[in-house]
Design a protein around this ligand. Structure first.
Ligand code: NAP
Length: 311
């Protein structure tokens, strides 16, 4: 494969928007995605707060549309996993493991986040057998069953809402006395007759046989066992940027990468966009906007590098 001008690592909304903007700016753009393009957005059962797509659509359909749009402008896609990212001279070197190596003068990291686990006994054992991190994927297996949801942010509230359409027995367990989620989402959950909210409560163990059959709950030091058919975990997001460690990039305490307002890092030619960036508001629309800014900055950087900048 010829070396592209711009490699975008990650095919979620940030990466796909960057691909579209980069390709429209006449750069040869390659998006590297290890799974299906869409990233975490694929798990959104109903994306309703992205401007202009009322009454909303599934994260899957939305991601397909973004990918098609980027392809229409000439972006190419490669299914691979970036093992490490380093720079020598003017070129970045991307180690793709069995997929070989790639070089490019500009790179956008848009690798997003992965889900945080609860880290309790039984969670690993029953993952795929009742423990899930994706309501749209696994919810339909538990129609009309008693489902526990863990977490107190936007994801837990959104996904509890979705699950409440499949079963009237949803128990949303949050470790604090109030939700972290946006008020509109939290209010919807609190007034949903299919969702029982248990504040100041933790799931401390998941038990079962062939599948999940119960959870151990702890409230104010008191433990009890309750029947359960499934546990959906939405306890937050962990940035995916380990592969960039050789570059020594600045990050916040959560591991999210720090950039300036043009999405540039301290390494010339390296930009970051979307949920993997230290950003104050993680939303699909924000990720897409950051992707557009990063691609624009990458195009300006390449113009400077090649002496073709507009003066
Ligand atoms: P989040 O906002 O970080 O919330 C994670 C929740 O899980 C928090 O309530 C946290 O409790 C709880 N938690 C963390 N570790 C836990 C543990 N070990 N045991 C029990 N509970 C635990 O994560 P998120 O909800 O996945 O959202 C991630 C980002 O995406 C956010 O910026 C969010 O705004 C955005 N998002 C937006 C939408 C939307 O606009 N519709 C939808 C989904 C996500 P504490 O509150 O005590 O820390």
């Amino acid at each position: 494969m010829d070396h592209p001008d711009l490699v975008i690592i990650g095919g979620g909304p940030a990466g796909l928007a960057a691909a579209q903007y980069g390709a429209r700016a006449n750069l040869s753009v390659l998006v590297i995605e290890q799974l299906a393009p869409g990233g975490q957005a694929l798990n959104i059962s109903h994306l309703e707060n992205y401007p202009g797509i009322a009454p909303g659509k599934t994260g899957w359909d939305f991601s397909e549309d973004l990918k098609k749009q980027a392809e229409q402008f000439g972006a190419r896609f490669l299914a691979a996993r970036v093992q490490s990212l380093a720079k020598s001279g003017d070129l970045f070197r991307l180690d793709l493991g069995p997929g070989g190596e790639l070089n490019a003068p500009a790179v956008i990291i848009a690798t997003g986040t992965t889900h945080r686990t609860l880290d309790v006994p039984g969670e690993k054992e029953f993952t795929g057998r009742g423990v899930s991190y994706c309501a749209a994927c696994d919810g339909p297996f538990f129609k009309n069953k008693k489902i526990f949801v863990a977490g107190g942010g936007d994801s837990a509230c959104d996904e509890a809402q979705y699950l409440s359409r499949l079963s009237p027995h949803i128990v949303l367990v949050h470790r604090r006395g109030q939700f972290r989620a946006q008020k509109a989402l939290a209010d919807r959950v609190l007034s949903n007759p299919h969702i029982e909210v248990r504040f100041n409560t933790r799931i401390t163990e998941i038990r079962g046989g062939a599948g999940v059959s119960s959870v151990i709950l702890e409230t104010g030091g008191e433990r009890r066992e309750e029947d359960a058919s499934a546990v959906f975990v939405f306890t937050g997001a962990v940035p995916q940027a380990d592969f960039a460690a050789p570059l020594g990039l600045a990050a916040n305490e959560a591991g999210c990468l720090i950039t300036d307002q043009s999405m540039a890092t301290a390494v010339p030619g390296l930009f970051v966009a979307g949920d993997v960036r230290a950003t104050p508001f993680r939303q699909v629309v924000v990720a897409a906007g950051e992707g557009a800014v990063a691609a624009h900055s990458a195009a300006l950087f390449l113009d400077e590098l090649r002496g073709t900048a507009y003066r």
